[in-house]
Design a protein around this ligand. Structure first.
Ligand code: SF4
Length: 205
């Protein structure tokens, strides 16, 4: 049984795949409660419960909520999607331990670590183990940090150093697309990338 919030086709608005058409499957439920979360509807209210997913596309994005809460029950769908040639991207907050049996079916991981601006207790030790696993398996992954306040960049730098990831894998993403000019310069100086939430320019969630 898979709890689903919504399924739709749109364009990816964030990170290195920005502008790419994709089938989005948004799962219901999340283990965090970020203060600025813009998809609260994915854990409040009622999910659609599906026996199995039967929708496929060239590029499929599993998002949420937190899709890694459902790693075991996604195996059948992922097997079928891969046999049809789909590329799979998973968007995760990084705090659920990733299983080998899940990771092996996924092409790309977009991990969004939370800073103190989110107001949640963030399990950075679990993230570190996940990052090590993805690195050892030579998976394509990147870290996308939602940033808001000027001091956030110091938190980002500390976490990047602790995790031992390369700068080219780091994306700053200003919350609500505010102060883009400011974060543009900060990203360039720090050696990071910048993600502007493209979908919000056209009022999409
Ligand atoms: S991890 Fe993502 S979906 Fe969960 S509360 Fe935070 S922003 Fe929302």
């Amino acid at each position: 049984m898979l709890p689903i919030s919504e399924i739709f086709v749109s364009l990816q608005g964030e990170g290195p795949f920005s502008g790419r058409r994709a089938l989005f499957i948004r799962f219901f439920g999340c283990n965090l409660r970020c203060s600025w979360c813009d998809t609260k509807y994915s854990y409040y209210g009622k999910p659609k419960i599906l026996e199995e997913l039967d929708v496929f596309d060239d590029f499929i994005i599993l998002t949420g909520g937190e899709p890694t809460l459902y790693q075991d029950i996604l195996k059948n769908f992922l097997t079928r999607a891969k046999s049809k040639g789909s590329e799979i991207l998973v968007e995760t907050n990084g705090t659920v331990v990733l299983k080998d049996t899940f990771v092996d079916y996924v092409d790309y991981f977009s991990i969004s670590p939370k800073l103190s601006n989110a107001g949640v207790k963030y399990r950075v030790e679990v993230l570190k183990k996940n990052v090590e696993k993805l690195t050892n398996k030579d998976k394509f992954y990147y870290l996308k940090f939602p940033v808001m306040w000027e001091d956030d960049i110091n938190e980002v730098k500390k976490m990047v150093e602790y995790l031992g990831v390369e700068k080219r894998q780091v994306w700053l993403q200003p919350i609500d697309n505010r102060r883009i000019d400011y974060w543009w310069d900060i990203a360039v100086k720090a050696g990071y990338n910048l993600s502007i939430q493209l979908h919000k320019f056209v009022s999409k969630p």
